[in-house]
Ligand binder design. Sequence first.
Ligand code: BGC
Length: 767
Amino acid sequence: MPAQLNVASLLGELTLEEKASLCLGSDFWHTAPIPRLGIPAIAMSDGPHGLRKQPDEGDHVGISGSLPATCFPTASALGSSFDPELARRVGEALGVEARAQGVTVVLGPGINIKRSPLCGRNFEYFSEDPLVSGVLGAAFVEGLQRQGVGASVKHYAANNQETDRLRVSADVDERTLREIYLPGFERVVTQARPWTVMCAYNKVNGVYASENRWLLTELLRDEWGFDGLVVSDWGAVHDRVAALAAGLDLEMPPNLGVSDAAIVAAVRSGELDEAVLDWAVARVLWLVDRALSDAVDAGAEAVAQPEFDANVHHALARSVAAECAVLLKNDGDLLPLQPSAGDTVAVIGEFARTPRYQGAGSSQVNPTRVYNALDELRAAVPGGVEIAFAPGFGIGTTTADDELAAEAVALAGLASVVVAFLGLPDADESEGFDRSHLDLPANQTALVARLAAANPNLVVVLANGSAVRLSDWEQHAAAILECWLSGQGAGGAAADLLIGAANPSGRLAETLPLRLEDNPSYLNFPGEHGHVRYGEGVFVGYRGYDALDLPVSYPFGHGLSYTDFEYTDLTNTLTGSAEDGTLTVAVTCTVTNTGQRAGKEVVQLYVADPESTIARPPRELKGFAKTATLAPGEGQTMTFRLRSRDLSYFSVRQHRWVLEGGAFQLAVGASSRDLRLTTTIEVSAPPLTVHLDGMATLEEWLAHPVGSGLLREAIGVDEHGRPRGILGDDELIKVIGNFPISTLVAFPGLGIDHATVDHLLGRLSPR
Ligand code: BGC
């Protein structure tokens, strides 16, 4: 579709005031229109798992409600699918709904890393792992944008907590940013080319993300080639001119009369180069143009049939939810339930009747319909099976209600099997604040023990947006199905999974720790006095638990199925070279369904560099893929492709990705702690050389391919041909080898004086 706006000529026609106005919205959800030049406003709307289009101006956190839209599984669930195809389909459906509601940019997906299970917004994020976040985020964006609707990838960057989120400085070293907190954004930007990126509220290393030139320009645009628009999170701008200069194009919501006036004044005074303003304006106009062009492209169909089919989208929401649930345990193959006529299934828990399926805050969707698990189960079981219900506890209360509990326990005793629907109440998980603990409400955990005493055939179905502690009650449950916050189809999906109409294929995208205190961020979360120090560095999530070999309730990647899978035939083929960056390692393995039911497996490829000279996690996920539905006996060969970067770490010293030659371990398996096949590859890579100067240590000089020879030559040998001074004393080298060479000039007898150092430095950089 040809461009609808001539951006270059518009830039010449706009007045300074009009240009400034375009860098702000016109209201809470719209860009500014310039009617005299035919520039329309475009609409933005939350959010990641369903549309939250508010009528009129809206009120931000959803109190005034929003138009009905399909509530798809939240990212906590979608992440557990490990299935980019599914994320793509959800993105597509969201795009269809956005078009139908006249929305141009959907404010999502959120791809921040789950640094701590306490983060109040973890339900909006995919994973503790950057590969999972990036791959699912990119697929979601591709699906959405295929419909001619833009994405806004958020919250860029290091927005990993809600505590003090508008002011806190995330203090993170660059290696950790590059290896953990940024690669998800980098992948989405480079692969899916989102129309917009939303900057975070917080500061990163002391500078507001909205004013952070390194993030918004140097990395995003110069390194990753982002050609879209940067929009502020709602209220993230504090100094409009500084933000503009750093690379922030659009301020939302607009600080009308203040921010625009500041921009005009800064240009007039010469503080802000008008060319910087022109670039931001051009990006706003390109976005508007893209919206106009792509909407026309995406659809004759959309124009002719603006409504979306709510039935079809509900069915999609339900089937996606079923793909996301994680079967944590299943002792004695209690699941799937196979009730027959005359059996009673006791369904316990208010959540079975009053489902919790999404979190609170700006992502809250007004669903087109919600069916609860109780009704869905009743509809799904064969005739003659009784589904009896007792609420067991009240939601939002923590003290046990003796009557409710006694009724539930009595019912459990009469049933052939008990299914207890437990979870976190709304008030526990929301945008705006973090949790203070991982526990389920005490009235629920107390009830579990009593239910199990009455009937050991106890299944627990969980609804929560982030990890909960299981270790204090899970021994009572024979089976646990973690459904996360799975959208409006959650009830139907739970029924399908419980009776085996669907086979669980979700895997944990975050570790479930035994205790909060074990989480790697524990000592540094959520910080204090305006700073949160990411002291665990790259050891986030399983990278940290595995490094410390800590026992966990369930490891990253874990999830059972109603069938079994065998892994065989791990192969690897190296091509290209690390030297010129063309290194590729093709890895294959075969996965075969060795059980009795059709099912899908998530095959995970972990990489380890046991010989690394720096501290690295014992293994890191570098590839994953979900099999097709495999019939019993059927196998599938999975192929992964690793590149240099997948074996590298980010060197702060060299300021680049570094691949150290040597042995690497490749392992495929079903979780970070269930590695089924392992192999070792040898990779040759150019040796690392440190920059030699006066502050380089004696050891560094001796390890350097050129420096070593120069030093030996300069110190020389005695009449017997033995090295002089320090070089003749291996024991002393051990002791003072870590002294900078320029410091050693003050130590007599070593053979190193000022003249030696000057000579060495001169030889290294001859004039
Ligand atoms: C949230 C964003 C959201 C925006 C608009 C902010 O408070 O952090 O995720 O898109 O509001 O509702």
